[in-house]
Ligand binder design. Structure first.
Ligand code: ZN
Ligand code: ZN
Length: 166
């Protein structure tokens, strides 16, 4: 599969992993493309996922998108439409009506960040951090348990001879 092109810069984006989910990040403008299932997976981990992304996706150089450029879905090539992140948020993102992917500009990440900070108390932020840390730990445990079960099953399959009647 070839890399997706940034809807703004039209250059190849790089895949990055957030909480085990792959997203596409533009190396120039630091915009982030989420496929529908990626966004949903990340929202389950962290409802304020875009906030955490802000710290990690930083543009290389000062970049200003050309307003005249029509944004198109990097997958479907159809024009993107305004999409609201969290219902009460003033931040407008761009979404694809066909594949339901979402494009998040770097500047929009910052606006979300500011918006969230206005409403959140340090307590809530601490709780959020703990929840994320706990999730990371749980998913690690789940992987270990799954591996253990898999090896247990394959061991049992080897040990138990096929049922051959009486
Ligand atoms: Zn870009
Ligand atoms: Zn699309």
């Amino acid at each position: 599969m070839s890399a997706l092109l940034c809807p703004d810069c039209r250059i190849e984006m790089e895949t990055q992993t957030y909480y085990g989910v792959l997203v596409d990040v533009c190396p120039a403008c630091a915009g982030v493309w989420f496929d529908e299932r990626e966004m949903r997976a990340l929202m389950q981990v962290d409802p304020l996922i875009l906030l955490s992304l802000e710290d990690r996706a930083v543009p290389d150089v000062y970049y200003s998108a050309q307003e005249t450029l029509e944004r198109r879905c990097p997958r479907c090539a159809i024009p993107l439409h305004p999409y609201r992140y969290l219902y009460d948020s003033p931040v407008e993102l761009d979404g694809c009506n066909q594949c339901h992917g979402i494009w998040v500009e770097d500047g929009e990440l910052r606006r979300i960040h500011e918006e969230m900070h206005r409403h959140r108390t340090p307590d809530e932020e601490e709780r959020q951090r703990l929840a994320i840390a706990q999730y990371a730990m749980q998913s690690q445990q789940q992987v270990e348990r799954a591996n253990m079960l898999a090896s247990l099953f394959s061991l049992l399959r080897k040990r138990i001879p096929p049922f051959s009647g009486f």
